[in-house]
Design a protein around this ligand. Sequence first.
Ligand SMILES: N[C@@H](CC=O)C(=O)O
Length: 283
Amino acid sequence: MARAADGSLDRAENAKLIQHIEQGGISTLLYGGNAIFYHLTLAEYRAALEMISELAADSSLVIPAIGPAYGTMLDQAEILNDFAFPTAMVLPQRDIVTSAGFCTGVRNLTQRLGKPVVLYLKFGGVVTVEDAAALVNDGHISAIKYAVVREDYMRDDYLKALTEKIDPSLILSGLGDQPAITHMRHFGLGGFTTGCGCVFPQLSTDLLKAIQAENWDEAEAIRERFLPLENLRDNLGPITILHRATELAGIAQTGPISPLLSEPAAAIREQIAAALTQIQQSV
Ligand SMILES: N[C@@H](CC=O)C(=O)O
């Protein structure tokens, strides 16, 4: 999400970013970690919801995040209820939660919202398979964003167990373009979310189409094109590198990065620019 030099949300620059993503064929806009929703004040939360609901195309599905702290969730739920978003995504938290307690929180939240939420599973086992399945079966979950990092995405017992208890089409690969092929091809997941799609939306759309058409060689070739930027994000911080890459690609002035994150050094910005050039030349 773009901010002006004074740190305020920048409507004009966010409009550019949204239009760029939508013109690349992406019709679901998820405002979570990459948008740095974690660190919004309550006043900013309302302003951000107003802004994204007004700027997104009518045909786009916009999903704002909520949380991760329970108190924050409840305060934000009151604001969210003034808007017509069909769902919200519960941001992940690994510490200070138990599986059963987290599920109680989700149940309380969906009761207040009167709608199901997207469950963002980022850490293996924090929510047990049984608890996740119970939330789904009881109608609290609209989708699951599955984003547990693995050395080898083919070997994932937690995901396998989830897909045995929950319709896999309800689960989306939530780690960008890299594990999307494996998650969709071998675990039957229903789609994928992408950070790099903010910069190269057409490439992500092409990847989704190639996977859906089972054109595996083409999908693999597209996945590899993302690597220069994804490798930087993996090594140096996915959110901050993406925030600056979006600006360096000329899409929108994304502005200062929110504390508690920080600006990549000048030498890193040069690497980001080089990665963008490499991807642009490969397309
Ligand atoms: N975390 C992933 C997917 C985002 O939705 C990424 O940043 O690519």
